[in-house]
Every structure is written in C-alpha cells, then in structure tokens.
Ligand binder design. Sequence first.
Ligand SMILES: [Zn+2]
Length: 137
Amino acid sequence: MRKSIKNTISIILAITCLTSLFMFSSSPVRSNALEIQPMYIACPIGPGQCKMLPRGGAWVSVNGVLQFTGFTHQCSQCNMAILADIDHGFGYLGSYYQFNPSYTLGLGGTSITVNASDISYNSSIANDPFLSDLLWY
Ligand SMILES: [Zn+2]
C-alpha cells in the first residue's frame, strides 16, 4: 500500500516535471514572436502626428552607386526622416528611404549610403496607411 502511494507520487512528480519542461522548451517560440520590431516608433505627440518638415535635398546610394536624388523630410518632433525620389506634393514618393538618425538633419540635405533592401517604393501616398498619416510640410 505504501509503495503504491510512493509510485503514484513519483508518477505525478514526473508528469509535473515533463509538463514544466515542455512549457519551458516552448517558451522560445513565444519570444521569437516578440522579436518582430515595429518599423518606426510612434511620434511622442501621438500616432500619425509626425510633422514632416523639408530638410533640403537627398542623395541615396547603394555600394557607392547613386540610386536616386530627391527630397529629405524630417519629423520636427521624433526625428524620423524620409528621403524620397519624388516630392510628396505629387502624391507619391517613388523610391524612398526611411530612417531615424536621432538628431535633427541639416537644412542642406542628406547624402547617405544604405542597403538596397532598405529602399522602399511608393506609388500613392493616399494608399499607404503609414505615409498618409504623416503631416507633410
Ligand atoms: Zn514624429
């Protein structure tokens, strides 16, 4: 009788250990999901409140080869910047590069070398939820 109680406790302990092992081993899957980072951090003033002020020209290169020239705009509140081939006034940006230098860019424009995969293309600001939320100046 005593032995069977011991066996039962052993089995319960074993199941508990296996269950916690399974939970522990499955936890990295959950943390992987959290590794997906947002493309940009919302402006401190509020979502969609970035004030994109003109910051001169833009020269965007990949591996030393100029990809496009255009216009630099930067949020006066969170420093998020967009270097675009086409002026936003035309309703689209064409090729553009978005980044946050964490400081105010000079008024003389920005020349930058980037990875080809970091260059995006936009054919309509109105059809882009992110770009159409920005306040363009
Ligand atoms: Zn902003």
